[in-house]
Design a protein around this ligand. Structure first.
Ligand code: ADP
Length: 163
């Protein structure tokens, strides 16, 4: 059985992430979406909120589960017996950063390979930061995030703005 992980911040999960999740879940027998609980990144949504949103989004993908993790991604992968790590590539700008991480991870743990999936063109501009930016100005984010999490994102943005 091939186990893959798809790690990220998912602050919040976007349709671009969901596209990568759907495609990678077809490549491995089991896909674990790892939600990075890294306080240095100062996420808008807590790890619990991000896990909850992802759970709503992947509920119909039978072989996908969601888990928070902290520490090194390769250690998380190893602890789950994963041999493949998925990352999405949007543009050349992603490449430089991603290749550095992939090579570091390979040096740390040669048994785990990073597989890059290129973004579907309709999501190539999409990022969690863009979603937060548009939502903070009350823009319409229905084209950016899965429908099931829309109310949660809007509610959070309202809360943050009222502080
Ligand atoms: P990180 O903080 O680890 O970069 P993100 O949540 O921003 O986490 O992204 C997780 C992964 O999803 C990364 O590999 C990123 O390149 C990829 N990704 C993000 N947005 C998109 C998108 N629109 N299309 C394809 N891949 C994406």
């Amino acid at each position: 059985m091939t186990i893959g992980i798809y790690p990220g911040s998912f602050d919040p999960v976007t349709l671009g992430h969901l596209d990568i999740i759907k495609r990678s879940s077809k490549i491995v027998d089991r896909l674990i979406i790892g939600v990075l609980n890294n306080s240095a990144k100062k996420p808008m949504f807590s790890a619990r909120e991000r896990v909850h949103m992802l759970e709503l989004v992947v509920k119909d993908i039978q072989n996908a589960t969601v888990e928070p993790f902290d520490g090194l991604t390769v250690e998380f992968a190893k602890s789950r017996n994963a041999t493949v790590m998925f990352r999405g590539l949007r543009a050349v700008t992603d490449f430089e950063y991603e290749i550095q991480i992939a090579q570091t991870n390979h040096a740390l743990s040669p048994d785990i390979d990073t597989v890059f999936l290129t973004t579907s063109v309709q999501y190539s501009y999409l990022s969690s930061s863009i979603v937060k930016e548009v939502a903070s100005y009350e823009g319409n984010i229905t084209k950016f995030v899965p429908e099931s999490i829309l109310p949660l994102v809007m509610e959070k943005i309202k809360k943050v703005r009222s502080v």
